[in-house]
Write a protein that binds this ligand. Structure first.
Ligand SMILES: Nc1ncnc2c1ncn2[C@@H]1O[C@H](COP(=O)(O)OP(=O)(O)OP(=O)(O)O)[C@@H](O)[C@H]1O
Length: 300
């Protein structure tokens, strides 16, 4: 499997009931099992969450009874094929969509609306208002939410622009920046709000391979420094293993929990290693074995 292999192009997943991890194939090695140490209260709890879209013609179930816990300073990755409901789950955690079943809790309190404790970084480069400078973009949510006064917001913005290496571009406008730089501004803007959880929806998917790798590296360096809690959506197995400390594997549409595993042993330097490749293959098997067993089918 190539390092850049992703799950996007795979279509036609089987709809047979999903097997539990460990059933019908070798159990996950101990180092990959997803259990958390006891006694550590989760920061974010996704508990039996089903999410649906209702159109005049039909109801689309995006996820079915998905559950997982995210702990403080986790880099928790939602990994699964296109259409399995990753973005929908992230929007529900952000408070934009209400579950039809189950509950999402942050610090033990039910999530029922967006809030400054959950900030989203999207894939699109146009998430920055183009008429504002880089500094103004980072300050804007701090001022709009009345979290800080103007002087403190400017100081906070300067701090996080420095963290993402963009201090020299504070007075530039978004159209003067590359795609990677725009994503750095979006990350600085999100971190400046000091959210309880930073939500990232395929933030590097639209970048070229080299920039994407650099951004992954920078994100990990930033995490080492700030130790924020991250919930990161991707359909790239390699990106999940590099960025994540824990990974939830979701089955094809509608998304259900397929497996949960630890991945903190890997970083960008592990990518060529035999162990990394073996785990990537193992995840690939978990995600696609049913398709291989049943042959291709049309997705609804
Ligand atoms: N606004 C919408 N109205 C109706 N159905 C939708 C809407 N948005 C998403 N869906 C459907 O919900 C399911 C989950 O979509 P979602 O975008 O969450 O998947 P995903 O795993 O993030 O996919 P991708 O990796 O391609 O972004 C899909 O079947 C999709 O077609």
């Amino acid at each position: 499997m190539s390092l850049e292999s992703t799950l996007t192009l795979r279509r036609g997943f089987a709809r047979a009931p999903l097997r539990e991890p460990g059933e019908g194939h070798a159990p996950l090695p101990e180092c990959l099992r997803g259990a958390q140490p006891a006694g550590d209260a989760p920061l974010l709890q996704v508990d039996g969450v089903s999410l649906e879209y209702r159109t005049p013609e039909r109801v689309v179930r995006a996820t079915h009874r998905v559950g997982f816990d995210v702990h403080a300073a986790d880099r928790f990755v939602l990994l699964g094929p296109s259409g399995c409901g990753k973005s929908t789950l992230l929007k529900a955690i952000a408070g934009f969509i209400a579950p039809v079943e189950g509950e999402i809790r942050l610090d033990g309190r039910r999530v029922n609306a967006p809030g400054p404790d959950r900030i989203v970084v999207f894939q699109e480069f146009d998430q920055l208002p183009p008429w504002k400078t880089v500094r103004e973009n980072v300050m804007f949510p701090l001022l709009a939410s009345r979290s800080l006064g103007r002087r403190e917001a400017a100081e906070r913005a300067a701090h996080y622009l420095d963290k993402v290496g963009l201090s020299p571009f504070a007075d530039a406008h978004p159209h003067q920046l590359s795609g990677g730089m725009k994503q750095r501004v979006a990350i600085a803007r999100a971190l400046a709000m000091q959210p309880r959880v930073l939500l990232m929806d395929e933030p590097f998917a639209a970048l070229d391979a080299l920039t994407r790798r650099k951004m992954q590296e920078e994100l990990l360096a930033l995490w080492e420094e700030v130790r924020f809690t991250l919930l990161f959506v991707t359909h790239s197995i390699e990106e999940a293993l590099v960025v994540g400390s824990r990974i939830a594997l979701l089955s094809p549409h509608p998304g259900r929990m397929r497996a949960e595993l630890n991945s903190h042993d890997f970083d960008l330097h592990s990518q060529g290693s035999a162990q990394f490749q073996a785990v990537a293959q193992r995840i690939h098997g978990l995600l696609f074995e049913q398709e291989a067993a049943s042959g291709p089918q049309q997705r609804p």
